[in-house]
Design a protein around this ligand. Structure first.
Ligand SMILES: NC(=O)c1ccc[n+]([C@@H]2O[C@H](COP(=O)([O-])OP(=O)(O)OC[C@H]3O[C@@H](n4cnc5c(N)ncnc54)[C@H](OP(=O)(O)O)[C@@H]3O)[C@@H](O)[C@H]2O)c1
Length: 403
């Protein structure tokens, strides 16, 4: 029987994973490592997250079916709780997804992941440690098509500290835990839910809606962004846990060439599903052209509240990711029979239907944008304890990263 330790169950993807797993009613046991004062408080946090997918009553019932270990994954190596000893699979989703808080994200995402790996090394029945990284470890200058073999690259110039910390974690896991049954999943940009739309969370959805509302595309209108829905990522991760064997050690969970989003096509879809805001004619600009973005943003949203100023800065950083025009190859995943993701154009209508104001949706990601660098600061100083082989050379302004 599977006994799965899940970190990050109170987060966007973790909640979707748990909901999907509990709906399936397999005989797998789920143990959630949750930050909480005690088990009951942890259970209530899980129930609150599950409540985004189902009724409050159902969510409470589902939450009763999981075991809770109250704790911090960054100190997992100090958790003696014997319930962890019988774990057969770890799904490690927990992370600090803020973009600019350099020391904190490194401590959590790199040092914390290694602490969890040390605890996992003491789990005698463990047959898979599924570590969720991000395709954005490619940094700020990827080729147009990225496959799983090319990164992490110690010379990658990262746009944000977050992706540098995730790259560092991958590097150190590979270097220091040769005996761990490690598989790395790298989602691209996770946005919306293919049937529930924005209900489970509006993280990053506000970015697409804001770009659309501003009618500004960074780079080319024919450029693409690699976006996948939360539920597809959750389904894929659950299936990756269930598969007795996987051919590779690293997989992109990405849209790939078939399902990636082209701005010009997205505009046509939005004209159809959201005609009140149409017709769309996106103007192309450079993500470094702060003046154009500032002017347009002020006209459309205003700059009259602190939240809008924060949203402007976050959007400025997101535009740099959008301008990368990069596709993450998902051939490995599809070749092993995993279902392909739907394209954003297939479910953006559902996201719009279930959406409120764009600025309110940004609030969900707001916490990820703390610690903005001083204006004009583009390059992070190397950390004194820089992880082996990882360069934070070009950490951009601030934000809550795609992935
Ligand atoms: N969302 C994307 O677009 C995307 C794309 C690619 C990869 N990813 C990766 O997917 C994973 C999940 O992302 P997400 O969007 O679901 O993140 P999220 O919504 O920000 O959730 C983060 C989760 O990590 C938990 N966490 C953080 N620090 C913790 C700690 N010290 N101890 C225990 N739990 C801790 C949080 O718990 P609390 O509730 O206690 O804060 C929360 O459950 C991350 O590894 C991320 O890098 C995400």
């Amino acid at each position: 029987m599977s006994r799965i330790l899940l970190t990050g169950a109170t987060g966007l993807i973790g909640g979707a994973v748990l909901h999907r797993a509990l709906v399936a009613k397999t005989d797998a046991e789920w143990v959630c490592l949750v930050r909480a004062s005690d088990e009951e408080a942890g259970r209530q946090r899980i129930a609150a997250r599950l409540g985004r997918f189902t009724s409050a009553l159902n969510a409470q019932r589902m939450a009763q079916r999981v075991e809770i270990v109250a704790g911090d994954f960054t100190k997992a190596d100090q958790i003696a709780d014997p319930r962890l000893d019988s774990v057969t699979q770890v799904l490690h989703l927990a992370a600090d997804t803020s973009w600019w808080a350099q020391e904190k994200v490194h401590r959590t995402n790199h040092d914390g992941t290694l602490a969890l790996a040390r605890r996992a090394a003491r789990m005698p029945r463990l047959d898979r440690f599924l570590h969720v990284s991000t395709a954005m470890i490619c940094g700020g200058k990827p080729p147009a098509m990225v496959d799983e073999t090319r990164y992490p690259d110690p010379d990658a110039a990262h746009l944000v500290h977050y992706s540098a910390s995730k790259a560092a974690a991958e590097t150190s896991l590979a270097a220091g835990f040769a005996d761990l049954p490690l598989v790395v999943a790298r989602p691209s940009i996770v946005l919306g839910h293919s049937t529930l739309g924005a209900r489970p969370g509006s993280s990053i959805l506000w970015v697409i809606r804001a770009c659309d509302r501003l009618r500004l595309v960074a780079g080319s209108r024919d450029g693409t962004v690699d976006i996948v829905p939360t539920d597809w990522v959750a389904d894929t991760l659950v299936e990756m846990l269930a598969r007795p064997a996987l051919a590779h050690g690293t997989y992109h969970l990405s849209a790939g060439t078939v399902s990636r989003t082209r701005w010009s096509e997205l505009g046509c879809t939005l004209d159809r599903v959201d005609p009140a805001e149409g017709p769309r004619h996106y103007e192309e600009f450079s993500a470094r052209d702060r003046a154009t973005l500032h002017r347009r943003f002020t006209e459309v949203f205003g700059m009259d509240e602190a939240i809008k100023v924060a949203m402007f800065r976050a959007l400025q950083a997101y535009y740099r990711f959008c301008e990368l025009d990069v596709t993450f190859d998902n051939t490995r995943l599809l070749a092993e029979g995993f279902a392909p993701p739907p394209a954003l154009s297939e479910y953006i209508g559902r996201c719009i239907e279930t959406s409120g104001e764009i600025v309110d949706q940004f609030r969900e990601d707001f916490g990820g944008f703390a610690g903005a660098p001083v204006r004009g600061e583009q390059t992070a100083r190397p950390r004194p304890s820089q992880p082996d082989g990882v360069t934070n050379r070009t950490v951009a302004r601030r934000g809550s990263a795609p992935g």
